[in-house]
Ligand binder design. Structure first.
Ligand code: HAM
Length: 435
């Protein structure tokens, strides 16, 4: 039997979570005035080498590369930012009269990583990028967008960490100080870090092998090397977040694993109890030179990406209630006439937004009750000869155990009344909306 490839998975049980996330992405993105962009799943390999950075783990160890029949070098996208920047330049989106130009994306990314909990080779990201403004307020708004998205999913207990890397001058000064600090201990660091020392010293701070090494714990921090201008940018991001009541923790060691960042970098984490070591559900930051690096006009930008699979694990572990597939009404029918009337009734209720189901298997009364339990039906109605003759049914509210007697004509209104009673059930909220 052919099996799925290592690090991939079929979305079966998690589909309701995924759909809920997708719905919230659309809702929250609208609030922040981001529109969707869909870019290809594969791009010219060069794009990622120049964009993400030759010496990053993602590019040096994790890309899926292939040569096509036309001898072109292709890479499956390991992240979304580089492709969006390419599309921004190629489609001259910088000429759009609306600035900043804001887009979001959702889709599969591919990294050849060692699979473990919360880490896959094909995984999904929801990401967002805003082009054209270097205002620190936009950094703050971007973080607010990410936090609002999590709020809409009712995911609490997340930590937002923030750091400031500054622009070129600050980064240069910091690199110098860091190399100076590591100079005498470099031989005691791992082989990769020894290479990074010459090629890209900032990456050393991100090393998983050496993260507890004393020389790294005591290393100088980027915030201490910011120019006055860059420090002012960072402070403004912090004060804007405070004004929005968004709680963040400054983490002076946060550098992130991609090369394009300048100024603000941030991550959102859930507790290790939920996700183990792969507990970053979102990462992002400002990247003021990537558009230029990829041959576009100088354009500052800022963005983030969420890992959808990690988000799902966190939602499940935090017991965020998900009732999207919950039935509002399960109609139990007894006899052929009741079934025929029943299906017509269901059609009317469904057109009115009620999630309704009935039996199609000729099951007994008892077995139909069992089905209503499997459907987690909020209400159950039995429709038999008696009920048809009297034109009256009893609606049993399974949540409160109350029974409501109603005519068949008033069944819709009765159900709406029940469903609009306070409940944190997603689908009840929708179906129960009175119009
Ligand atoms: P990143 O930190 O590489 O940033 O990835 C963002 C998120 O994707 C991570 O926080 C994690 O939740 C998820 N993720 C990454 N790798 C995996 C994996 N192998 N399996 C499951 N989930 C994963 C970026 O990709 C940047 N493009 C973010 C950005 C956008 N910066 C500016 N704009």
């Amino acid at each position: 039997m052919i099996q799925k490839m290592k690090g991939t998975y079929d979305v079966i049980d998690d589909i309701a979570y995924m759909q809920l996330i997708e719905k919230k992405i659309l809702q929250v993105s609208k609030l922040f005035h981001y529109k969707e962009i869909r870019t290809p799943h594969f791009e010219a390999s060069q794009l990622f080498h120049r964009g993400v950075g030759e010496t990053t783990d993602i590019i040096s160890k994790e890309t899926y590369d292939f040569i096509d029949r036309g001898k072109r070098e292709n890479t499956l996208r390991p992240e979304g930012t580089a492709g969006v920047v390419r599309a921004y330049i190629e489609n001259k989106l910088y000429a759009d009269p609306i600035v900043p130009y804001k887009v979001f994306y959702y889709g599969s990314m591919f990294r050849y990583e060692r699979p473990q909990k919360g880490r896959f080779r094909e995984f999904r990201q929801f990401g967002a990028e805003a082009f054209g403004s270097d205002s620190p307020l936009l950094d703050a708004e971007t973080i607010a967008y990410a936090v609002t998205f999590l709020k809409s999913l009712k995911l609490k207990d997340v930590t937002v960490t923030l750091n400031g890397l500054g622009d070129r001058k600050s980064k240069e000064a910091y690199h110098k100080a860091l190399k100076m600090h590591l100079k005498d201990d470099i031989q005691t660091l791992c082989k990769d870090c020894q290479k990074r020392y010459d090629e890209n010293p900032l990456r050393i701070l991100d090393c998983k092998v050496d993260q507890d090494h004393p020389v790294l714990i005591n290393a100088p921090k980027p915030l201490d090397y910011l120019t006055t201008e860059d420090k002012a940018h960072f402070d403004k991001v912090c004060s804007a977040l405070e004004a929005m009541n968004i709680v963040v923790e400054v983490d002076p060691s946060l550098v992130r694993g991609l090369d394009y960042y300048t100024h603000t970098v941030f991550e959102i984490k859930v507790s290790k109890d939920l996700l183990g070591n792969q507990n970053a559900i979102c990462g992002g930051g400002r990247y003021n030179h990537l558009v230029e690096t990829l041959d576009g006009p100088p354009t500052p930008a800022v963005g983030f990406s969420f890992g959808i699979e990690r988000l799902i694990v966190a939602l499940k572990a935090a017991n965020v209630r998900l009732d999207d597939l919950r039935t509002h009404l399960y109609l139990i029918t007894l006899g052929e006439q009741a079934q025929e009337t029943g299906i017509a009734l269901l059609q009317k209720l469904r057109l009115g937004g009620i999630i309704a189901n009935m039996d199609f298997m000729g099951k007994s009364l008892k077995a139909q009750f069992k089905q209503s339990e499997h459907h987690k039906a909020r209400c159950v109605v039995v429709l038999g000869e008696d009920e048809l003759n009297k034109n009256q049914v009893e609606v049993k509210d399974q949540e409160t155990n109350e029974v409501h007697t109603t005519s068949l004509d008033d069944l819709y209104v009765t159900l709406i009344d029940i469903l609009t009673q306070p409940s944190d059930c997603e689908s009840c909220e929708q179906g129960g909306k009175k119009t």
